[in-house]
Design a protein around this ligand. Sequence first.
Ligand code: HOZ
Length: 427
Amino acid sequence: MRSNSQQIIEQANRLIPGGVNSPARAFGAVGGTAIVMARGEGAMLLDVDGNRYIDYVLSWGPMILGHSHPAVVEALQKAVLDGTSFGTPTRNENRLAELLIDALPSVEMVRLVNSGTEATMSAIRLARGYTGRNRIIKFAGNYHGHVDSLLVAAGSAAATLSVPNSPGVTPGTAADTIVLPYNDPLAVAETFDQFGGELAAVIVEPVAGNMGCVIGTSGFLQTLRRETEKHGTVLIFDEVMSGFRVGYGGAQQRFGVMPDLTTLGKVIGGGLPVGAYGGKAEIMRHVLPVGKVFQAGTLSGNPLATAAGIATLEVLRETQPYAQLEQTTNRLAAGLLEAAKKHGIPANTACCGSMMTLFFNSQPVVDWNTAATCDTKRFARYFWAMANAGIYMPCSQFEALFLSIVHTDAMIEKTIAAAERFFAGDV
Ligand code: HOZ
């Protein structure tokens, strides 16, 4: 049924470690062989064996307009004729920067980079350079890319594949990272009482997507804002996933809590490699060449990437599909939960905008400790039952799934029906 996938992965295993260019794509947590995709059309993926899937991975978040959206394709076709990279300023960089600044209430200036990892790495360096302090706080189960100092108690593939603290991250690098439980305002306040004057930054996913979808409570986010303000610490919202996804103005607009710096990626590149970090001009002016904090990149602000990003954000800005997206996502979550409950399967859901997770857990998931008690064996069976029914879910209990503007009601109903068939036989 998937013999071409099998053959390609066998070859890849000889050429690329684990046959994948990112561990999140290996099916380590669900077993079996990764499915090799050949084509994306709207909300559908087509694999190299000709099987079709409703896609809830959406390249791990970026494809909010679906695959090959005409506006993005047209923008890329136009841009490529003018050349693919100059290593100089371009007019379109301003346009993308302007769109980001207009959308995100706390952002006054931005730098474009090539990935979410680069964005968080640069934001941490800037916070340290700006404050002259070393220590940072991160939260267990949050993932901020594969930055050494943030690859501690990390979510996403690090948690999925049980290496939340990677070999190769030196004790020295990690020594300045304090890890606290997510959604625990008391732990935050106590840590500030102890280390307040030494803390350069707090970095947080205001809506976590890398231990499954877990929403930051307002008490937690407000405590972060209050304590960082009191102690002159930079508050960084990692909105690589939530930016332009839980609303056009991201989690900061949705929850009304303003960070000092914001990191972005995924949606803002429309499927091409883009990241960005931005925030208060007073802090951003510490970046070289205005200030002294170094950050650079040959392909930063790349013309193709900016063209795809601008096209995506302009569609979102003009059509504001967020209420509709959220309604569709809630419908999916409610249907999956109802189907699980009907067959006595312990489950919970969490949704924010067009991100969601069905947790196989009898208790609500609020942090990494509760996420870690999910029935990951059931998740693996569920993943394959859904794949075999033509539904492509993230291959880990600890990754959020995503919807696009082209997921239809019929697709949602088909997904719920497939899940119900699985639940009926998996007791
Ligand atoms: N940040 C992505 C999801 N947690 C990982 C994607 C990847 O590594 O391929």
